[in-house]
Design a protein around this ligand. Structure first.
Ligand code: HGY
Ligand code: MN
Ligand code: MN
Length: 417
């Protein structure tokens, strides 16, 4: 192939108009989106993605886990496939860039390569993974695709089980179909994902492109403190077994443990529910959703022990029972050296400043990292804001990211020639 490919760039005008169109689907307020997995808005966004792919002459496909993809076949029999993508689902009060930008950029790369008749030795596939945000089952699509999803993930999801069943039925999906969606790793040349950083580092350092070295692991638990219901005005403060005391004390303690002992880690209690949940009844049950994150396996294990031990201590302190339900984990991963080097070369060829970065957020790339060579490209988030309608990435950074994805994909594809 002649060296003209190094000057190839995406079609900026089409990329922008598609992005603006996609933002209208599931629009939330002035600048947000709400496209929870398998919701009407999410399904509409997926139909839109496939329509755009067909218009470009790409082959569309949906697997048993609902992963939607668009394919550009090369003319080499038995060629491997280079996947690029992310997720079109969002958190309910989400931003326009998280996930969607990566899927759109992958589609744009395939269209640009197709219309420039670039001869490739690998197939290219743009993929949108199901429920990356875990409103139902965290990383449902990419964990099914990479063969990691278990029946347990579906029978005891971190989201609402009934909701999961209803949404799967509505989408015409089944547990069997999902668990059968495993890809054959031998068919994959690699996986690349463009994503907004969702943190403040790149913007603060004035860096255009983050070359992700590691993606943090995430563990999630449901903790239920069990006390005794009673009249809120007659049981003495000393004698009551108030479940909310245990859950609140633990929530504060978890933050202290991370700040003092695990300063590079994160913990979050994103949900707290009391039963019976009335003004004048002492809570007999307090259920909290605990999530914690670390970029390194040994630290991750130590953090888990420290948090769960403290959870038990707070139960004892307030004379409460404690039920600890493990709901899943996504282990910390290190990303492929060859991919990282290709992203560096691509960034330099575009005159962009790049730096290695650890991803604190979880991503579908985490599921792919042990299945095929995997790389992630970050672009700056303004003020590090994400999972909010205020999420913003400057459009030039989006174009830069898509061009780095294009040039990285070409470098990887050429290595298979
Ligand atoms: O939770 C995460 O880190 C990702 O946004 N799903
Ligand atoms: Mn994301
Ligand atoms: Mn997200």
């Amino acid at each position: 192939m002649d060296s003209n490919w190094k000057n190839l760039r995406i079609n900026e005008q089409r990329f922008k108009s598609d992005f603006d169109e996609l933002c209208q689907i599931g629009k939330f307020g002035a600048t947000g989106v709400s496209r929870p997995a398998l919701s009407d808005a999410h399904s509409e966004a997926r139909r839109w993605f496939h329509r755009k792919a067909r218009e470009a002459g790409l082959i569309t496909h949906i697997d048993g886990a609902g992963n939607h993809s668009a394919r550009l076949e090369c003319n080499r029999k038995g060629a491997k496939s280079l996947l690029m993508g992310s997720h079109l689902d969002s958190v309910p009060n989400g931003g326009r860039y998280d996930g969607a930008l990566g899927v759109l950029a992958a589609l744009e790369v395939l269209r640009s390569l197709k219309e420039n008749n670039i001869p490739l030795a690998v197939n290219l596939e743009a993929i949108d993974f199901t429920d990356e945000e875990g409103i139902l089952v965290s990383f449902l699509g990419s964990f099914a695709f990479s063969g990691k999803l278990t029946t347990e993930d579906l029978t005891n999801p971190r989201g609402n089980r009934l909701e999961l069943e209803n949404r799967l039925k509505q989408a015409g999906m089944s547990a069997e179909g999902i668990l059968a969606a495993r890809c054959d790793p031998g068919t994959l040349a690699g996986y690349l994902e463009l994503h907004v950083e969702q943190g403040p580092l790149l913007e603060a350092q004035g860096v255009d492109i983050g070359i992700v070295s590691n993606i943090s692991g995430i563990s999630f638990y449901r903790l239920t403190y069990i006390g005794k219901a009673g009249h809120a005005g007659t049981i003495s403060m000393q004698d009551r077994r108030d479940a909310s005391q245990g859950s609140s004390a633990f929530t504060l303690a978890a933050r202290q443990i991370v700040l003092e002992q695990f300063p590079e880690c994160f913990s979050n209690v994103g949900v707290a529910r009391y039963e019976p949940g009335l003004f004048n009844v002492i809570p007999e049950k307090a259920e909290i959703a605990l999530e914690f994150r670390s970029a390194y396996m040994d630290q991750f294990t130590k953090l888990k022990s420290a948090l769960l031990q403290r959870a038990e201590e707070e139960a004892a302190r307030f004379n409460l029972g404690l039920n600890i339900e493990f709901l899943g984990q996504r282990i910390p991963v290190e990303l492929d050296e060859t991919m990282r080097h290709a992203i560096l070369e691509a960034s330099e060829s575009l005159g962009l400043r790049s730096a290695p970065i650890i991803s604190r957020a979880g991503h579908d790339a985490q599921a792919m990292a042990d299945v095929c060579p995997t790389g992630m490209i970050f672009i700056p988030s303004v003020a590090g804001i994400s999972h909010s309608p205020d999420e913003l990435t400057h459009w030039q950074d989006c174009v830069n990211g898509a061009n780095v994805l294009l040039q990285t994909a070409l470098r990887i594809a050429i290595s298979f020639s």
